[in-house]
Design a protein around this ligand. Sequence first.
Ligand code: AMP
Length: 282
Amino acid sequence: MQTFRDLAALRECIGTWKRDGLRVGFVPTMGNLHAGHYALVELAQQHCDAVVASIFVNPTQFGPNEDYARYPRTEQRDADGLAQAGAAALFLPSVDVMYPFGAIGCVQMHVPGITDILCGAHRPGHFNGVATVVARLFNMVQPDCAVFGRKDYQQLQVIRYMAGELSFPVEIIPAPTLREPSGLAMSSRNQYLSDPERESATAIYRTLQQMRAACIAGVPVAQIERDAETALQALGFTVDYAEIRSAALAPASRAADNKRVALIAAFLGRTRLIDNLEFEIP
Ligand code: AMP
């Protein structure tokens, strides 16, 4: 695996691959990698000839009181894991490479509508930062396809929408959520959890399963959402939202088909966890 911190050298490498007719895949990450990330690299390999992974903790997607400074950075371990997972190149841009005119006041992306709800409502500016960095990375790497996890369901929808509307020639490939045996969705943020919190955190996936069962049984969505929030609060969570929406994240009452997704975002202590479960109603 070749490692690049510099954009010109990365582009030269990718240019050579493309001239040789190789299809280039891309897996953007913020590092502190786990099996869920490596599975994205493996999925990308099934869709292309050479996988570029990136690690960049993107300052523009963190709010002022969020965990940007303490976000876990484990570069050497991540690089070893990516090489083992089969990545052909690793891009490690600095903030200066990503935002050559500064991260404040830079050219930004805003995907309207879908970023006003759920995590967008609770983390103002978050998805502008995500869309901005992904657009920059797409322009830098110029991949043929890029893999994003369904774990970050709303993020996946935002990127799909942006790539579609701006005609980025990048196929967006969703990857299934990898979970611990306990059901807890793998996340870099899980390591903030104490042992008792990690045990409590398994309630998120159980609650999603209960929301799915209740929805399939015909319980009104508002009641399901209230019950889920109450149950999580009783276990010590501070709940941002527990909702059932259409696959496109419209209110369930305005869903055009029988596809639904249950989504939860909740804090355990200072740690914000998100998860979701896609399903169909009969
Ligand atoms: P992050 O490093 O958290 O920004 O995540 C980088 C990519 O990995 C995103 O596309 C995430 O959706 C994806 N990802 C994170 N956790 C998981 C997981 N447990 N299963 C599958 N994909 C994941």
